[in-house]
Design a protein. Structure first.
Length: 268
């Protein structure tokens, strides 16, 4: 067993370096969540509201969800990300689409948008990457820029055991999360976080975006790794429930991801 000196503490600089590398690496593109289940995300949002008006994808990466959002001609689509590499790719890829309003780099708050501007904000698989102070600032900013009747759509892994996804660097005897997660949420803790920061949570529940995606697109559009992972995860949960003879009726806690739909809390 190696003599592990420390668990890596992510800093803004190391986070930036990590995501610049991911954005530029062609072998990692199919690992992006929105690449794998973008249609499922769109299906979930469409059940809640029409995709129209001003729409922001926060943490847009290289634009896989933007590509789906831009199919809605009644929507003006904006993107934000931390990676210069990702932003450059997005702006080049969609520059000729009339309803694409550009993607911008974000290095600090406030966000470069006016108050009460967006009808929809998506924050897909992002909050698990943010350190506590930045996470609170982000939610406050969302509340500022969302319209009073707009919605904010969050997703995150469901009750992830962060320790299971730690990997070891033999060069510096350091442990770190393999995809830079620093937070884990269940439906209760996610709801508390959002409500504590002045949002009204309309819905917070487990979801299987891969299943939603399969209803719309070909089975072969998804990486074999993702499919196998989903199958084994379900089998594992069924066995665990059978052995422990759980009588808990809250089946959503066993789904792979969480989604939350929130609106602005109006303070008089």
């Amino acid at each position: 067993m190696p003599d592990i000196q420390r668990i890596n503490q992510w800093t803004p600089e190391t986070i930036k370096k990590y995501w610049e590398w991911c954005s530029a690496n062609p072998y990692l593109q199919k690992e992006y969540f929105s690449y794998q289940v973008g249609q499922g995300i769109i299906s979930a949002i469409s059940k809640i509201t029409k995709i129209q008006g001003n729409v922001l994808d926060y943490g847009c990466g290289v634009g896989y969800l933007l590509e789906y959002l831009l199919k809605n001609n009644n929507a003006l689509i904006y993107g934000v990300d931390f990676s210069f590499e990702a932003i450059n790719k997005v702006n080049e890829k969609f520059k000729n689409l009339s309803n694409f309003k550009g993607a911008v780099i974000i290095q600090e708050f406030p966000l470069p948008f006016p108050d009460d501007f967006f009808d929809i904000i998506t924050c897909i698989e992002t909050i698990e990457h943010l350190q506590e102070e930045n996470l609170k600032q982000l939610i406050v900013e969302f509340r500022r820029i969302i319209k009073k009747d707009g919605i904010i759509f969050f997703t995150t892994p469901n009750n992830e055991d962060l320790n299971k996804n730690m990997i070891y660097c033999p060069f510096c005897d350091t442990l770190f999360h393999k995809v830079q997660h620093v937070n884990s949420f269940d439906s209760n803790s996610l709801r508390i976080l959002l409500e504590k920061n002045q949002l009204v949570v309309k819905k917070c529940s487990g979801i299987d975006f891969l299943e939603l995606s399969r209803k719309k697109v070909s089975f072969m559009d998804y990486s074999l790794k993702m499919i196998i992972h989903g199958i084994f995860r379900r089998i594992k949960k069924v066995i665990e429930c059978f052995i422990k003879q759980k009588k808990d009726n809250d089946k959503t806690k066993y789904l792979p991801h969480l989604y939350a739909v929130a609106t602005k809390r109006i303070i008089l």
